[in-house]
Write a protein that binds this ligand. Structure first.
Ligand code: ZN
Length: 111
């Protein structure tokens, strides 16, 4: 049985062209493209804040621009120093938003 490769309809043998799609029929349908599992997007380190307050401020700014970010504070440092307010925080964002996020934070990073 011929099939239309476009709409995947099945036709009588005498039919050569799909009347709906105007496409030549094929003997066998190609396998359906597998739904690609959405890969977890990698996180990119775009900036390092000198402390938690700054990190949170930057996170808020990014949030206002619709960018979700992840703050990574060095747990080792936190264990070593009780003065956690001095702890540096790394700002991580999704790879696809890294460029935009870096642009938004650029004026703050220059300070
Ligand atoms: Zn068709």
């Amino acid at each position: 049985m011929p099939y239309c490769p476009k709409c995947r309809d099945e036709f009588q043998d005498r039919v050569k062209v799909c009347p709906d799609c105007n496409v030549a029929l094929v003997e066998k349908l190609p396998p359906l493209p597998k739904k690609r599992k959405k890969k977890d997007e990698p996180l990119v380190h775009i900036a390092t804040a000198p402390n938690e307050a700054v990190a949170n401020m930057w996170a808020d700014i990014l949030k206002e621009h619709g960018i979700r970010c992840l703050l990574k504070g060095g747990e080792l440092r936190a264990a070593m120093y009780s003065l956690t307010y001095n702890q540096q925080y790394e700002i991580h964002v999704l790879d696809s938003q890294a460029k935009k996020a870096a642009q938004i934070l650029a004026p703050f990073l220059e300070q």
